[in-house]
Design a protein around this ligand. Structure first.
Ligand code: H79
Length: 421
């Protein structure tokens, strides 16, 4: 199977839901609490017996992902704290041996698959309970034990749960931030590890955080396009917020912002992985649900502009994730069709510039209604007229623009030319 074939569904999906859930969820101060408060491992481990998610809570996660219009999910099977949401021969620090005594990964995989969602697993390479992670030279046996655990657990995850569609490593940096490139890959024996993964799961998509290149890059809290490979931009709903449940989060992004990120990721030919952090009992808080649900409602009507879309070079926003001062919104594309996702409704007339390809037809995606337009091939300006004065959709309105060819951006060799046009 070629890279393109393996990546096909992922490229069509464009939108996934990330779930961060673990012992840190009980504390409500984010997933880094053990380390940022330097809580000793034995003390932290006491939380495990209080880990008691409500029965069936994974259904809430899956229903949330469906309501959002997402096509896949990724669950933290084990974060940096080391607590596993799955059964493991390599550790007793799991949800199967403590608290609820349930295999949450199993519940999640089953529920997501049943809902028709692709299944992703997150796995942190580092585990804060191992001195050998922080000081590998001082505690070589602990470092070895950590690697034994990693290889054993990744094998378990890749063997015991049927087909896994995505594997997202995290925590691949060393504690002193010294290892780069090959050194980083060698620290985790990444080549060997990923060879094992691919033997067990031949169609899987793997991110690059174990140090080897693999299939995708996964930047955090920004929307970026791929330099070398496909990009999945990962983000929290809270601004400057943790990924795990944060009880008091002062800065919620709006649904408009989330949708702008999604469209921008699609314009750049990448995916958007939006995170939810379930409450201590595993339920989804309303602040998160209402925001992603609004995105999902929009996608029900305008999904054609997002799912299975391709990157587009037309100018709709100069900065990823932003709707600029002077531009109405990003463009996505399918073949010769451009989807102009307008967040700042301009009123009756919408003007796009630097369009090099002739335009054949303009309709509103949501209604199918056709609008008159002019396109000037000399200055590359598209002017759509007769539009409603008021935006019909409060999130974003999509103009579906049919071109004669793949829409291209017009060069501006003389930046001043337009002044006296
Ligand atoms: O799971 C979520 C985060 O907990 C995790 N990745 C997402 C998906 C993540 N962990 N760390 N980071 C993201 C950012 C890394 C920050 C670091 Fe550092 C800078 C690690 C090492 C240098 C701050 C300073 C933390 C330790 C030292």
């Amino acid at each position: 199977m070629t890279y393109e074939e393996r990546m096909k569904w992922f490229n069509e999906a464009r939108f996934g839901i990330y779930v961060h859930y673990g012992l840190y969820s009980l504390l409500g101060r984010g997933e880094w609490t053990m380390y940022s408060e330097r809580i000793p491992a034995a003390e932290y481990a006491k939380l495990a017996d209080q880990f008691n998610p409500a029965p069936g809570c994974v259904k809430e996660w899956v229903e949330t992902a469906k309501a959002a219009g997402a096509k896949y999910m990724v669950l933290t099977t084990r974060h940096h704290e080391g607590f596993c949401l799955f059964d493991s021969k390599y550790s007793d620090f799991t949800s199967v041996k403590h608290g609820c005594k349930r295999d949450i990964v199993r519940e999640y995989v089953d529920a997501a698959r049943e809902a028709g969602l692709k299944v992703g697993l997150y796995y942190s390479l580092l585990d804060w309970r191992f001195p050998g992670y922080f000081e590998p030279e001082k505690y070589p046996e602990s470092k070895e034990a950590l690697l034994t655990q990693i290889f054993g657990q990744v094998r378990e995850l890749m063997t015991n749960y049927g087909q896994i569609d995505v594997l997202e490593y995290d925590g691949g940096w060393d504690a002193r931030l010294q290892n780069k490139g090959v050194d980083k890959a060698n620290f985790w024996r990444a080549q060997e590890l990923n060879a094992m993964v691919r033997e067990l799961q031949p169609t899987i998509i793997i991110n690059d955080r174990s140090g080897t290149e693999e299939d995708i890059e996964t930047p955090e809290q920004v929307v970026r396009g791929g330099k070398q490979k496909m990009t999945e931009s990962c983000m929290c709903i809270g601004e400057s917020c943790a990924w795990g449940y944060t009880r008091f989060n002062p800065n919620w992004k709006t649904s408009e912002q989330l949708l702008q990120h999604l469209v921008q990721a699609a314009q750049l030919g990448g995916n958007y992985l939006l995170n939810i952090g379930p409450c201590p009992d595993g339920s989804i808080r309303i602040e998160e649900y209402e925001r992603v649900q609004a995105v999902g409602s929009w996608l029900k009507i305008n999904g054609e502009a997002i799912y299975n879309s391709q990157s587009c070079e037309l100018i709709g926003a100069t900065q990823p994730g932003l709707v600029d001062l002077n531009l109405q919104g990003p463009w996505t594309r399918k073949g010769n069709i451009g989807y102009w996702c307008i967040f700042r409704w301009p009123g009756e007339t919408a003007t796009a510039v630097r369009i090099a390809t002739p335009v054949k037809k303009v309709t509103m995606l949501a209604t199918g209604k056709e609008y008159p337009f002019t396109w000037d091939k000399n200055n590359g300006k598209l002017t759509v007229t007769g539009l409603p004065k008021m935006p019909q959709d409060l999130l974003a309105n999509v103009l579906k623009v049919e071109f004669e060819d793949v829409p291209r951006r017009k060069e501006e060799p003389d930046l001043a030319e337009w002044i006296n046009y």
